[in-house]
Design a protein around this ligand. Structure first.
Ligand code: FES
Length: 144
């Protein structure tokens, strides 16, 4: 929840859209040996999910969704942040070593109004793993 006080308007509050973290549960699909392919063979997706849900700062303020693929199969593990009205960010090549950085970025993303993360919010370890950015969908046009 974000409190907004604007000049000329009574103080009020607006609801910041609740973010979703989509985590690919089938990585690595392209790089693993056939015998190792399947549901989260390296455990990273499950580890990421558990860490996000256990983070007390996020505290239930996000939704975590396990998905089949995020289109980053050559650089597992992949996860994407999205929310209504916000930019969608897809990260690739996530590993346990940078898990705390990803959680910090998720916290920062949750607090933004538009989903854009500045240099302070996006550590170098994640900047190089930001594989795709997509703007929020345009508002539907009204018939005139
Ligand atoms: S299998 Fe994980 S991004 Fe495609």
């Amino acid at each position: 929840m974000l409190w907004v006080i604007s000049e000329g308007y009574a103080p009020g509050r607006i609801a910041v859209p609740r973010p979703t973290v989509a985590i690919c549960r089938t990585c690595p699909r392209d790089t693993a040996k056939p015998s190792a392919r399947g549901e989260n063979p390296d455990g990273m997706a499950a580890e990421l999910r558990s860490a996000l849900l256990a983070d007390r700062h996020l505290g239930g303020g996000i939704d975590v969704m396990m998905v089949q693929c995020l289109g980053a199969c050559r650089r597992p593990c992949a996860a994407a942040l999205s929310a209504p009205g916000k930019w969608r960010l897809r990260f690739e090549d996530l590993s346990p070593r940078i898990l705390p950085d990803f959680i910090a970025a998720t916290r920062a993303y949750e607090a933004t109004l538009d989903g854009r993360l500045g240099d302070r919010d996006l550590l170098p370890s994640l900047r190089e793993r930001l594989g795709a950015l997509a703007p929020p969908p345009a508002s539907p046009r009204r018939a005139s």
